[in-house]
Design a protein around this ligand. Structure first.
Ligand SMILES: Nc1ncnc2c1ncn2[C@@H]1O[C@H](COP(=O)(O)OP(=O)(O)OP(=O)(O)O)[C@@H](O)[C@H]1O
Length: 252
């Protein structure tokens, strides 16, 4: 049974159709990439799945429950939690306190919540910064902090919105390893990303949006050879270059 099913989702802002009849599913344990050009509707879809927007029509089923009209808080409590493209840590609070905000969603006892927060900080290589002010961290660390906070909620599905944008190539490699480690710990991931070299080698499946429509869905190897995706987003040269990276052949 899929962990998440998006069925015929349409989201309109007035006359603008940001998502048009989009359907896809995510099986437990998968890393699914959500890609497409600027304005394709990726963030809007994220906002619908995570309860920040309610779709104009269609249905969202998470963990066998119809969550279409649920609030962001209700959906987070069920285990679908997102990060934001523009990270906004609580700057005047310490790194630990920021992660505690996530941990308290699942654990009321302070001692246990601190234990969870520390584990998540260590997993995200932030342990040594636990007492620093979040506002003082460089961008790469802020992105990891956002992941640690999300991880601390104990998610079943983690949705990452451009978690690697603005990072150095070393930081991107670290972020990729971290995403794989999170998946190996049993968390399913939906990842919006523009950095194809980062997402294509680790994704089990990729969903492609353009102009609000889903134009392709499949394993990365198929996606990079899809004529419509090459035309709309990847470009011929880039598609050739991606073929030389270690991309999975088929959906597992
Ligand atoms: N709150 C809103 N009100 C009105 N229009 C919106 C709103 N949010 C998004 N849009 C519009 O919906 C369309 C899809 O935007 P969205 O941010 O979902 O795309 P995206 O694929 O995430 O783009 P990017 O890669 O640049 O982040 C755009 O035309 C955008 O201007």
């Amino acid at each position: 049974m899929p962990l998440l099913e998006v069925q015929h989702l349409t989201m309109k802002f007035g006359s603008l159709v940001a998502n048009n009849d989009v359907s896809f599913y995510i099986d437990p344990g998968q890393i699914v990439g959500l890609i497409g050009p600027n304005g394709a509707g990726k963030t809007t879809l994220f906002n619908c799945i995570s309860g920040f927007y309610h779709p104009s029509s269609g249905k969202i089923v998470f963990d066998d429950k119809d969550v279409t009209t649920f609030s962001a808080y209700q959906i987070a409590r069920l285990g679908a939690v997102r990060t934001f493209q523009v990270v906004k840590p609580l700057k005047e609070m310490t790194v630990l306190d920021n992660v505690l905000v996530g941990a308290f969603l699942r654990e009321k006892q302070t001692g246990k919540a601190i234990e969870i927060a520390d584990q998540c900080l260590d997993a995200c290589h932030l342990g040594e910064f636990r007492n620093s002010l979040a506002g003082s961290l460089p961008i790469g660390f802020k992105k990891r902090l956002e992941m640690a906070r999300t991880l601390a909620t104990g998610p079943k599905l983690m949705m990452l919105d451009e978690a690697m944008a603005g990072l150095t190539s070393t930081e991107i490699k670290e972020a990729v390893r971290l995403i794989q480690k999170i998946r190996d710990s049993g968390v399913t991931l939906l990842v919006v990303e523009h950095i194809m070299e980062a997402i294509m080698p680790i994704a089990d499946k990729v969903v492609v949006l353009e102009g609000g429509n889903k134009i392709a869905e499949g394993p990365p190897r198929e996606i990079i050879e899809d004529e419509q995706v090459i035309k709309a987003y990847l470009g011929e040269k880039f598609s050739q270059r991606l073929k030389t990276t270690g991309i999975k052949n088929k959906q597992e």
